[in-house]
Every structure is written in C-alpha cells, then in structure tokens.
Design a protein around this ligand. Structure first.
Ligand code: ASP
Ligand code: MG
Length: 436
C-alpha cells in the first residue's frame, strides 16, 4: 500500500520509497497516466478519439493507465436525481449513484480500446482499491495499492480507471468532491511511480490569465506547483486544487493539454512542475481574479485582547472561511476590522456576527458583496522587490481604488469594486509585461 500524504498535512512524503515501486518494463519508454475530463468523453465520438490517443501512446511503447471522468453533464444529472428524491439524502447512497457516471465511461473506453487491438480492462475505485477517508461526497484519498495495476501494465495491459471514486474505511463507495477525477489521476500517478500525468481537457494549457478577459493572454509552457495552487484557488478552475497539492507533495509531473487539438498540432500544453525545473523564471507568471468573495467590516470594535479571537472563533464554529483580514490601529480605544468571506457564506457570517454582538461589542456591520479579488502570482517575487508597487501603480493609473491588500511569499492580492475587475486584470497583464 502506498500511503498518500494528505494534502495540506505537514507530513513528509509518506509515499513508499521508490525502491518498492517496481521498475517499468525495460523496453517501455515511459510510464504515463492519461486523464480525460468530461468534455473529452462527452459522447461515443469523443470516446473513439480518446481511444485513438491512448492507442498512440501504447504504440509508442509506453506503459499507460487511463483515468476518466463521467460524460460531461452526467454527474449533474445524477446529483439532480438524488435531490429530486430527497433534498437531504443519505450521502453514502449519493456516492453510489454519482460513481456510476465514471463506471460507464471506463467500460466504454475499454471496449473502444479493445476494438483497436489493445488489451484493456476497466477498474473501479473499489477494485484497486483507492482507499479514502469516510467523508462521503468529499472524501480524501488516503492510500492506493498500485501493485496489480503495475504488474498488468508491465505485460502490456492498459488499465482504464474510474476517477472521482474510492473505497471508504467501512468498504462503502465514496466520491472525492466535484471535479475530483484530476485528484484520482495524480494520486494514481504517484502510487505507480508514473513519469508523467497528462490531464486532457478542453483548454490547451494554463494561461497567464483568463483569455476571455484578456485576448492577449499567453499559454505558459511551464508553471510551478505553488503558482498553480495560487492560481487554482483564486479562480483559474482548470485543475482540482487537491490534485495540485498532491502533485506537489509527491513530485508528480503534471501536463495539462487539450484533447480537442489534432495530434499533428503543436499540443504540448503546460507542464506543472517543481520551481527548480523552470529555467526562465518570470517575476509574475499569472493574474487571477475571483468574484466569489464578499467584504465585511465591523465598525468600532473594542481594541483589547481576545476580540479577534472572539470574532473568528464564532465564524469558524459556523464553518465560515476567512480570506483577507485588515485591522486598523485605534485612536480612541476602538477600531474597524475588515475581512472577506466566501460570497455564499455572507448571510451565515452576518447572522453569526449579529448573534455574537453582545460578546464582541462592535457598533455596526457593513457588508459588501460587490467586490472582486485580483491576485498577481509568481515565484519570482521571492527574489524581486517592487512587485506590489507595480500593481498599485497600475491600478492607480486606472483610478481603481484598493480596498484591502494581502500578500504571501509568491502572491499579492487586492480587493476592488467588482465593476473594475476586468479593467484591473487587463491593466495588470500589461503592467507585468505578460501581453502576447
Ligand atoms: N464527474 C465528476 C464531476 O463532474 C468528477 C470530475 O469530472 O472530475 O464532478
Ligand atoms: Mg475537471
């Protein structure tokens, strides 16, 4: 069993030492995991195209395992059926229902591969098994036994594995949360010691920003895990965030590329790799934006020890996630405290704070959902000064007011009025020299 580090856990790589992962067949070129998303397997024609793509890698001499999503829209349909029967349904049965979308595709793809003369077989999460915790509907992978898959790859069999599913501690079917099949693919790649995990999707790579906003956005050849994590969590929804955490923890080389491009096209996609593998480092690699946040200001909060603890303990108890926080110095024994929460949590946050008003003792709550968070991300910031300043100057030149600022080692984020989000992204894209 290969124990997988829980994303976010500060454990060292808990994966089994490399020596225990059998070597690939001496003649094999590389061991690769190919993952196909819902739009890539949306119908039989697409599944045939996927089979051709897999066949090419097999014919090139690679050992191949395939991970698939359900057909585009299938999982939504399954969710709707559960909800139609009972809005508050048993999460264990919900997982049983949702896991069928992937199961169907693995069988179909195995058949399509067999008609191409390739020895293929389907694998469901429980058959491998892909072990998860018991959090139905959003389970985390805890361990994968890759031994049998490796053994069969070595004799030329292609494993077609259902993404998104696992087996809980009580041997019931679990699912990993929407979009989770990316995570299945990366975890499998780690467990079988794959050289690469190719994630085929409907975009041809990771861009410097959303090309719908900035037509001159550029496709990146390479991006560091940490940058990708920041970009994923702030709105560039190409990869499931947990898949990037896993890739980073286990050093899995991930390639994001299009399943729609012709084989003849230059379709190298974007490699998500360790920072050290990026030779031409950009100071800023990408600009992300998110409209999913809302701003809350507590006016005239008493300025004394324990107040911040009281506020954020109450919010945490109601599962409200906090992102940016600013607090002013106080002139008269009270201060204003501003922070952001997920927009979907705004009502719950307000109710929680209203209830805790007697303990906290603030004067009033001011909430604003009409905000956007814009972030510039780049590992080059570690070694370059003036990155934030360029951002502030570019926004000032467009007369865009900054409401809240937060920074990390490789990211500067600002909160601005939502109406200016696109203008800000375009201005920053130019200011950091990212325009194609
Ligand atoms: N089929 C699942 C979903 O739609 C998992 C995935 O596609 O990644 O969320
Ligand atoms: Mg996806």
């Amino acid at each position: 069993m290969c124990a997988l580090t829980q994303p976010g856990a500060i454990m060292p790589n808990a994966i089994v030492p490399d020596a225990t992962i059998p070597e690939r067949h001496p003649a094999a070129m590389a061991r690769i995991v190919m993952k196909f998303g819902g739009t890539s397997v949306a119908d039989l024609d697409r599944i045939r195209i996927v089979a051709d793509r897999v066949a090419r890698e097999v014919e090139a001499g690679h050992e191949v395992a395939v991970v698939t999503s359900a057909m585009a829209g299938a999982t939504n349909q399954l969710v709707a059926w559960c909800q139609a029967l009972a809005p508050l349904h048993d999460a264990r049965e919900y997982d049983v229902v949702l896991a069928t979308g992937e199961q169907a595709v693995t069988g179909l793809l195995a058949i399509a591969l067999q008609t191409r003369g390739i020895e293929a077989r389907s694998w469901q999460g429980w058959q491998i098994p892909i072990r998860t915790d018991g959090a139905h509907g959003r389970a985390r992978i805890t361990a994968i036994d890759g031994a049998e898959i490796i053994r069969r790859m070595q004799i030329g069999q292609v494993a077609v594995v259902s993404g998104f599913q696992g087996l809980g501690p009580d041997n019931r079917v679990t699912t990993l949360g929407r979009g989770g099949s990316d995570t299945s693919a990366v975890a499998l790649a780690a467990a079988i010691g794959a050289d690469r995990c190719d994630i085929y999707t409907d975009v041809d790579g990771i861009y410097t920003t959303d090309p719908r906003i900035v037509p001159r956005a550029r496709k990146l050849d390479r991006i560091a895990y940490e940058e990708m994590l920041e970009l994923a969590s702030v709105g560039a929804k190409v990869l499931h965030t947990r898949s990037v955490e896993l890739a980073m923890n286990h050093r899995v080389r991930v390639r994001v590329l299009s399943s729609f491009a012709d084989a003849s096209d230059d379709n190298q996609g974007t490699l998500v790799v360790d920072e050290d593998e990026i030779v031409e480092k950009q100071i800023v690699s990408g600009i992300a934006y998110s409209r999913d946040e809302a701003k809350i200001t507590l006016r005239q909060v008493p300025d004394r020890p324990g107040i911040a603890a009281a506020i954020f303990t109450a919010l945490a108890a109601h599962h409200v996630n906090i992102d940016m926080i600013v607090q002013n110095i106080s002139a008269d024994g009270s201060t204003d405290l501003t922070f952001t929460v997920g927009r979907a949590d705004l009502a719950r946050a307000r109710a929680t704070l209203a209830e805790a008003q007697p303990q906290i003792g603030y004067l009033e709550i001011v909430a604003d959902a009409n905000v956007a968070k814009i972030s510039v991300v780049g590992t080059g910031m570690r070694s370059h000064a003036g990155v934030a300043n360029t951002m502030f100057r570019a926004l000032a030149d467009k007369a865009i007011n900054i409401q809240v600022i937060s920074t990390s080692e490789i990211k500067v984020s600002v909160l601005i009025a939502a109406d200016y989000a696109e203008l800000a992204v375009r201005a920053l894209h130019t200011a950091y020299g990212l325009d194609a």
